[in-house]
Design a protein around this ligand. Sequence first.
Ligand SMILES: O=CC(=O)O
Length: 334
Amino acid sequence: MSPRKQVLGIGAPRLATAEFASLQEIADVHWFTPVDHAQCIAEVARLCAEKGPFDAAYVLFGTAKYSPFTETMLAPLFPGCGLFASGGAGYDDIPTAWLASKGAYAANTPTAVTNATADMAVFLTLAALRNTTQAEMNVRAGKWRDGLELTDDPMGKTFGIFGIGKIGQATARKIQALGMDVIYNSRTRLPEADEKTLNLTYVSEDELLARSDVLSLHCPLTPDTRGWLNADRIAKMKDGAYIVNTSRGDIIDEPALKAALESRKLAHAALDVFVGEPNPDPWFTSSPYVTVQPHFGAFTKGTIHTGERQVLDNVRTFLETGKPRYPVNEPVRT
Ligand SMILES: O=CC(=O)O
C-alpha cells in the first residue's frame, strides 16, 4: 500500500468543512493559522522539519496578514512539494515562476470572487458619486446634512473599466443597471460578439482616461500594471473624476492619487485595496475624499465557501491526477 499523502495547510476552512473532511480521508492535513507573516515563515519551516516532506500545500482566503508567500517562506517545502494552491483570483503574492522552477504547480481560485468583487465595485461607485462616506460621518456626528454638498448622479455618466477579465465583465453588467455608459481598455480586447452582448465600447488607454467619469481598476497586478495610475495618467483624466479600485493597491501610485485628491483634480477615490495592507497609509483613512474598505470585496459567505472549495479541489485533484484543477503556471520537468 502506498503511504498516505501529506498536505500542509495554511488556515482552516470556515465553510467548506465537508470538503475538508473528505480531503482528510485521502491525506493527512497538517494545518495551522498564523497570526502574521513572520510566524507563517517560522511555522512552515517547523512543520516541514517535523512532518515533511509534503506532497502539496495550500493557503485559504483572508491572507493579507501573512502574505506574500515568498521564496523564503516556501523554500522548506522543497524538494518534495508539487503544488502550492492559493485562495483568490489574484496570485501576485505567490512566486509562480520560482515554484515552476522547483517543479511545482501554483494554482488559484479563478471564479470564486467574481460576483462579490463586482458588487463591491458597484457599491464603491455609488459611495463615491453620492459621497456617502461624508454623509454617514455627518449623521454619526449629529450633524445631519450640515455642510454636505449636492452629489452626482450615475445616470448618463461614463464608467471606464481598465482590465476586462471576469471581474471587469461582471462589473460592466451590473453597473449598466445604474444607467452608466461603459467603455473599457484592456491588454486583450474582447471578441466583437462579447462587446455587443455586454454593450461595451473598446477605447484606447488615452481615451479611457479622458472620457471616464468613474475609472474602475480591474486588471491583475503585474510588472506592467504596478503604479499604472500615476501622475501622468491622472493628468489626462477629466477634472472632478472618480476612482474605484477593487483590484490591487499597488496598481495606483498612491502619492500621485493623494496629490490629485488634495488639489481637487479628482473628486473622490473609493478603495477596497491599498499598498501595504493591512496597514494602509493613514492619509487615506482620514481623508474626506476617500471611501475605504478592508479588502472586503470577496468577503461574503458564498464567495468564501466557493473559494475554499476551489482551493481544496485544487489539492484533491492534484493528489489524484498529478495536476490541480486551476493551475496558473507550468512546472519545469527536469
Ligand atoms: O483579492 C482577492 C482575490 O484576488 O481573489
